[in-house]
Design a protein around this ligand. Structure first.
Ligand SMILES: Cc1ncc(COP(=O)(O)O)c(C=O)c1O
Length: 450
């Protein structure tokens, strides 16, 4: 078999050479249907062959502009040089020891980086895991152990994962929770400041939502029973909702005043995605604990809980862990990803992506009444689609836009509680021409709605 060119060597171009899906993807789809559980769905009807920088090539030779990054994971680009170099070197040394059996330096180095990069200059500790959901579960375990309390407060439109506890923390039923109950107890959901859909309008959204949330916690749960408040500073699966300014600081203050551990879930929004290392920095929030995953390791599975030393160290020895958590190859990849973020100043790149995307999308919003709102920060940008002249969600138009983009060689994702948000999560290394070409296709897709 001839050697396949590396992902990193792929031409950065959009190229559609077959129908989408092409014949080889169709063949694989039939095999998938026969061998893979139906519950494992797929957004795109094509199978990946290689990916590098800002493009993904399928098995039929089509090259897609990647505006999804495998759901905010390959922020440094697919097969980034430093990620491949460091992970490959680690693969040659050892693949696994289990950190609970024989620790290794890479694990410690990632935790040292997390202490440096996360907000706040207090003493910190970290623990590493395999997935975002696992990190959130462990943040709750740690908060319960530290406070001796049980209740966990989460928010409307929040998403925290698909394990039993994190399903309970997640707001949306379909597809995440339907038929999978019963869910973990002692989880309470309160309103979030969603400016576009706040009943009295965006102006007083922050104060009103915070007052309602605090009232519900105080009256229905009792602040002294709450171990943790868990919130995404920029809500991902809920529809890239930016809580109205002032909401997060008010909730963080309430947590501080009541001895509640404030957990920022930055699994989707972290690691340069919003133009800073973490989205909560925007309002000067210093969380007690922060959960990270996705962008941290350039595509290898790694997740972390980082936080105040006294909270993290409240758990007895052996209370945190797992066979694979902080795998050495994933740690090496994370160090490569962080090196890339620093060297290429990917925070600046994310801000540049916002500078390009937002004005273009705002212009499209003026021309197409289907766009209700353009929002997001850095390279975490979305459009919420509605029936023109109303705020009624339009999931059908959203699906049609995504389908048009896919057929034309642009990988976009949809999201949102109402399934009516097209979200853009380009790799931060994407070329500006490629990004603009992707937006041209989005514009065509909107025009095609008629
Ligand atoms: C904010 C947030 N938390 C938790 C998770 C769960 O992460 P994972 O899919 O790695 O378990 C996600 C995944 O999308 C997420 O966006």
């Amino acid at each position: 078999m001839s050697e396949m060119p590396k992902g990193s060597a792929l031409p950065q171009e959009r190229r559609v050479v077959t129908a989408i899906p092409g014949p080889k993807s169709q063949e694989l789809a039939a095999r998938k249907q026969a061998a893979v559980a139906a519950g494992v769905g797929a957004v795109m009807p094509v199978f990946a062959a290689r990916a590098g920088g800002g493009v993904l090539e399928d098995v039929d030779g089509n090259s897609f502009i990647d505006l999804g990054s495998g759901i905010a994971v390959t922020s440094v680009g697919n097969s980034a040089e430093a990620v491949v170099r460091r992970a490959a070197a680690q693969l040659e040394l050892f693949t696994h020891t289990c950190v609970m059996v024989t620790p290794y330096e890479g694990y410690v180095e990632v935790c040292e980086e997390l202490a440096r990069l996360t907000p706040g200059d207090h003493a910190k500790r970290s623990a590493l895991f395999n997935s975002g959901a696992e990190a959130v579960e462990n943040a709750v375990k740690i908060a319960r152990s530290y406070t001796g309390r049980q209740a966990v407060v989460v928010f409307d439109h929040g998403y925290h994962g698909r394990t039993n506890l994190t399903m309970a923390l997640t707001a949306k039923n379909m597809p995440y929770k339907q038929g999978f109950g019963p869910f973990a107890p002692e989880v309470y959901r309160v309103p979030v400041a969603y400016p576009f859909r706040w009943p009295t309008g965006p102006d007083n959204c922050a104060e009103e939502a915070a007052a309602q949330a605090i009232d519900q916690i105080s009256k229905q749960v009792g602040a002294r029973n709450v171990a943790a408040i868990v919130i995404e500073p920029l809500l991902g699966e809920g529809g890239f909702i930016e809580p109205a300014k002032g909401f997060l600081p008010r909730i963080a203050e309430f947590a501080r005043d009541n001895g509640i551990v404030f957990v920022a879930d930055e699994i989707q929004s972290g690691f340069c995605r919003t133009g800073q290392w973490f989205a909560c920095e925007d309002e000067g929030i210093v969380p007690d604990l922060i959960t990270t995953a996705k962008g941290i390791a350039g595509g290898l599975p790694l997740a972390a809980v980082t936080g105040r030393a006294e909270i993290m160290d409240a758990v007895h020895s052996g209370g945190l862990g797992g066979t694979y958590g902080g795998n050495p190859v994933a740690c090496a990849a994370a160090l490569g990803a962080i090196e890339t973020m620093r060297e290429l100043d990917l925070n600046a790149k994310a801000r540049r992506i916002e500078e390009i995307m937002k004005p273009r999308l705002e212009k499209m919003a003026q021309q197409h009444g289907v766009i209700g709102e353009v929002r997001g920060r850095g390279a975490m940008i979305a459009v919420e689609l509605v029936k023109p002249g109303t705020k009624e969600p339009d999931p059908e138009a959203t699906a049609a836009v995504a389908r048009h983009c896919h057929q034309a060689g642009v990988l976009v994702l949809t999201t949102g509680t109402y399934g009516n948000v097209v979200r853009f999560l380009p790799p931060l290394v994407i070329g500006e021409d490629l990004l603009n070409e992707g937006l041209d296709v989005v514009e065509e897709a909107l025009a095609s709605l008629g």
